[in-house]
Design a binder for this molecule. Structure first.
Ligand SMILES: [Zn+2]
Length: 429
C-alpha cells in the first residue's frame, strides 16, 4: 500500500528547528519512502491531509505487563511488596490464557489510541499475547517472565526458550521474543546464569526488573553482599544486552559499572510514584551518557497505558526533585519515549521519522484548545498534549487508527470480555 501524507509538519529532534514545516511524507509498504518532495505521477492508495497536524514517531512503551489491565484499580495504594504478595500474585494465579489474551488486547487498544506503536511486554501466556499482537497490528517485543522461587525453573526456562527460538527461526514482521528472568529476587543465580548463557549464545537481549525498591537493594546486600547491579555483574550478565526496568535505586557506583555497557534503564515514573518506590536519579543517568527508555508498567500500577502521561511526568518530576528546571528537558522526555526506547529494545529502524525507517507514525491533531498557541511543538508535545490528541496511528505502513477509529480491533467486544473477567475475579476475591 502507498500512503501520501500531504502538507504535514514532521517532528525531527535531530535538526535545530526540531520540526520540518509543511512537508510531505510517502509510505510504501512498511517503510517511509520519502520526506519532502513526492512523485505526483503515482496513484496513491491513500492520501491524508496533514493540515493542522503534526507527525511524530510512534511512541515506544519499553516496559509493561499488558495482561494486567484486567487488574486495573483492583488493588491500589499499597507498596510494591504488599501489592504483589497479597493482591497481584493471588489474582494472577486465577487468570487463564484467554483472560490474558483479552487483557492484553485492552492494553493494545489504549496504546493505539494514545500513540504507542511499539511495546515491550513481560508476562505469561505469551503465545496468546503474540496472537493479540499479531491481530492488533502493533510492534511488540514479547518476553515470558520466568521465576524459580517456587521451583519449576527448568520447565519455565524451556517454555520461554521454545518461544524465543520459534520466533528467532521464523521471524515475524512485528514480533520479537526476548529472554526474561523476572528479577533478582524471584530468580536463583543458576537461573540468571542460564538466561545469560542463552542471551550470549543466541545474541538475544534480556529483559529484567532491576533495583525497583529499597527492599530489593537491602535484600541483595543481605544475601549477596552486593547491590543488585553489582550482583548481576558478578554473574557475567552485563556482557549481554540488558533492558533494565526501573533502576529506581541505582547508585553512583552502579552507574559507573553500566554506563558503557549495553545496559538500558527503562524509567517508569508513574509506577514508581504510585507504588512509592522512590525517585530514579534520571539526571545523573543522563549526565553519564546512558540511553534511558520510558515505560508505563502494567495498568495495575499506573493505571493506564498512556505514554503522553509518562513523557509529561518524567520531565516535571525530576525538575522538582533536583530543584532544577533544566535537568530534564521536554526534548529529553520525547527522546526517552521514541529513539531511546527503540535503542533499548534494539530495534534500529524505528524511533525517528526518516527515509528507510519503518513507517511507525502517529498524527497529532493541533486543534484542541490545549494545543493552541503554537510557540514550541516540543513543549506542546511534552507538557500539553493528551493521548486523545492522537488522531491517526500507523504501524509498519498499516493504519491501525484513523480519525480516532480503531481499525484492527473490536473495541466493544474487548471491553465486554474484560468486564466479564473482572466479575470472576471479584467473586473469588
Ligand atoms: Zn514491571
Amino acid at each position: 500500500m502507498n500512503i501520501l501524507i500531504k502538507n504535514i509538519d514532521i517532528l525531527d529532534l535531530s535538526i535545530d528547528d526540531k520540526v520540518i514545516r509543511n512537508s510531505n511524507l510517502v509510505i510504501v509498504g512498511d517503510k517511509i519512502k520519502s520526506i519532502g518532495d513526492y512523485d505526483k505521477e503515482v496513484n496513491y492508495d491513500k492520501i491524508i491531509d496533514g493540515t493542522n497536524r503534526l507527525a511524530m514517531p510512534g511512541l515506544v512503551n519499553a516496559h509493561s505487563h499488558l495482561g494486567m489491565s484486567v487488574l486495573r484499580n483492583y488493588a491500589d495504594d499499597y507498596d510494591l511488596n504488599v501489592w504483589l504478595n497479597d493482591y497481584v500474585w493471588p489474582a494472577e494465579a486465577k487468570l487463564t490464557d484467554e483472560d490474558i489474551y483479552w487483557g492484553s488486547l485492552l492494553s493494545m487498544v489504549e496504546m493505539i489510541q494514545t500513540g504507542t506503536t511499539t511495546f515491550c511486554d513481560m508476562y505469561f501466556s505469551m503465545d496468546k499475547v503474540a496472537r493479540a499482537t499479531d491481530e492488533s497490528g502493533l510492534r511488540g517485543v514479547l518476553t515470558r517472565a520466568i521465576t524459580d522461587i517456587g521451583g519449576g525453573g527448568d520447565e519455565k526456562f524451556n517454555d520461554m526458550m521454545d518461544l524465543v527460538l520459534e520466533y528467532k527461526n521464523n521471524p515475524h514482521d512485528r514480533i520479537k521474543f526476548y529472554i526474561s528472568p523476572h528479577a533478582i529476587y524471584t530468580c536463583s543465580s543458576e537461573l540468571l546464569m542460564k538466561c545469560r548463557d542463552a542471551s550470549l549464545d543466541l545474541d538475544i537481549p534480556i529483559n529484567i526488573h532491576m533495583s525497583e525498591t529499597l527492599k530489593e537493594v537491602k535484600d541483595s546486600m543481605a544475601s549477596n553482599n552486593m547491590t543488585p547491579i553489582e550482583y548481576i555483574n558478578s554473574l557475567g550478565m552485563l556482557d549481554a544486552h540488558i533492558i533494565a526496568a526501573h533502576c529506581t535505586h541505582i547508585t553512583d557506583e552502579e552507574i559507573e559499572i553500566v554506563k558503557d555497557k549495553n545496559f538500558y534503564p527503562i524509567y517508569n515514573p508513574t509506577s514508581n510514584l504510585k507504588l512509592a518506590s522512590g525517585f530514579t536519579p534520571i539526571k545523573k543517568m543522563l549526565e553519564s551518557g546512558m540511553t534511558i527508555g520510558l515505560g508505563t508498567d502494567g495498568s495495575s500500577s499506573n493505571n493506564n497505558q498512556n505514554m503522553f502521561e509518562e513523557i509529561h511526568i518524567s520531565s516535571i518530576v525530576n525538575k522538582a526533585v533536583e530543584m532544577n528546571p533544566k535537568c530534564i528537558s521536554a526534548e529529553d522526555s520525547l527522546r526517552f519515549a521514541t529513539i531511546n526506547g527503540a535503542k533499548a529494545l534494539r530495534l534500529d529502524d524505528i524511533g525517528e521519522l526518516k527515509v528507510g525507517n519503518k513507517a511507525d507514525i502517529v498524527l497529532i491533531s493541533l486543534d484542541s484548545p490545549h494545543m493552541v498557541p503554537r510557540y514550541n511543538d516540543v513543549s506542546s508535545l511534552a507538557y500539553s498534549a493528551q493521548g486523545s490528541d492522537v488522531e491517526t496511528t500507523i504501524v509498519n505502513g498499516e493504519i491501525l487508527m484513523e480519525n480516532r477509529e480503531v481499525k484492527t480491533l473490536d473495541v466493544e467486544r474487548i471491553k465486554y470480555e474484560v468486564k466479564k473477567i473482572s466479575e470472576k475475579l471479584m467473586t473469588s476475591r
